[in-house]
Ligand binder design. Structure first.
Ligand code: PHE
Length: 342
């Protein structure tokens, strides 16, 4: 037995490259098979002189272990390839995309516009950055009216005859519609509005409104009442009742604040309606003749009604959300609650 033969064999094993699994099996037979080179060396080992047995025994065992390890690792590398091949299941369905949800404010906005759409109201929109004329003056606000105060309105440019500001209501869009269009006019005006208020559970400096305007010959307060009753019954259910309380707005005369019967306790009184059985939902009234005239509409020929409501308020009542801030923070846990009403 020659030590060189063993070292050569070790080299050969180390350098061996297999291209396919079959090459690995051939190597195994060549080395460790019945007539394999290593098997043959072990046979020769029997006739090695006793004083050399210890040395040769050790190297032969190392050789055999190396060969077995090499064969095993080559085999594993091929099995990995085979494995990934068989693991690719092309019939498996793809990963599902998580669907987003509509924001609750959008849902209520669409519902309000849809109901009025069925009554024949078109949608009108206008700018969020407005001038004093469209937000205040054309709506019969006297120059000293407190709503013009810095406390309530965000001014962009407070100077001059016609200051620039963020609209405090979408009544400005109604003015723009009256300036543009001859009666009959039937529009609903959705949009964001801005008021200088401290943020709390019940108030925010940004909120959303839908205001409505109907101008034609012979429009009466009875028409206003009926339109609002039909709207709230569509929105909150056919059992819903309305109550009108006298109020004041510079742009309507007479003016009213509209309440609906509490949809939570059915009018019996609970903590949502603070025991009264009624919930305030909007302001409304007959368009003041001064407002019609300011936009070039003949107030001796035409009359009209207007109303305005906060979308957040309607959404709060519909879904019993007790904190307005939820609508602005976009916490996914809150928004996902509305998946079922998509
Ligand atoms: N513009 C009023 C507001 O912002 C709402 C309103 C609209 C009231 C039309 C009466 C008529 O609160």
């Amino acid at each position: 037995m020659d030590r060189k033969d063993i070292d050569n064999l070790l080299d050969k094993i180390e350098q061996f490259r297999a291209e396919k699994l079959q090459d690995v099996e051939e190597l195994r037979v060549k080395l460790l098979g019945k007539k394999g080179e290593i098997t043959r060396l072990f046979e020769e080992f029997r006739s090695v002189a006793p004083e050399m047995k210890r040395e040769f025994g050790k190297v032969l065992n190392e050789l055999k272990t190396k060969a077995a390890e090499k064969i095993e690792s080559l085999r594993e590398s091929f099995e990995d390839i085979l494995d990934t091949d068989t693991k690719t299941d092309f019939t498996k369905p793809g990963d599902a995309f998580e669907l987003g949800t509509r924001h609750p404010i959008s849902l209520v906005r669409e519902e309000i516009l849809d109901i009025f759409g069925r009554f024949g109201f078109a949608v009108a929109e206008g700018p969020e950055i407005e001038d004093d004329w469209h937000v205040f003056s054309a709506l019969n606000f006297p120059p000293e009216h407190p709503a013009r105060d810095m406390q309530d309105t965000f001014f962009i440019n407070p100077a001059g005859d016609d200051p620039i500001l963020l609209r405090t209501h979408t009544s400005s869009v109604q003015v723009r519609t009256m300036e543009r269009q001859k009666p009959p006019i039937r529009v609903v005006c959705p949009g964001r509005v801005f008021r200088n208020e401290a943020i709390s559970a019940r108030a925010h400096c940004i909120f959303h409104q839908v205001e409505g305007l109907y101008i034609d010959e012979g429009v009466s307060f009875a028409d206003l009442k009926q339109a609002i009753l039909l709207f709230v019954q569509e929105m909150f259910g056919p059992q819903t009742q309305i109550r009108m309380r006298p109020s004041y707005f510079p742009f309507t005369e007479p003016s009213t604040e509209v309440d609906i019967s509490c949809n939570i306790c059915g009018g019996k009184g609970c903590n949502i309606c603070k025991g009264t059985g009624w919930l305030e939902i909007m302001g409304a009234g007959m368009v003041d003749p001064n407002v019609l005239e300011a936009s070039g509409i003949d107030s001796t020929k035409y009359t009209g009604f207007a109303f305005g409501m906060g979308i957040e308020r309607i959404a709060m009542l519909k879904w019993m959300v007790n904190d307005l801030r939820h609508y602005f923070e976009n916490d996914a846990r809150f928004l996902k609650e509305f998946r079922s009403v998509l």
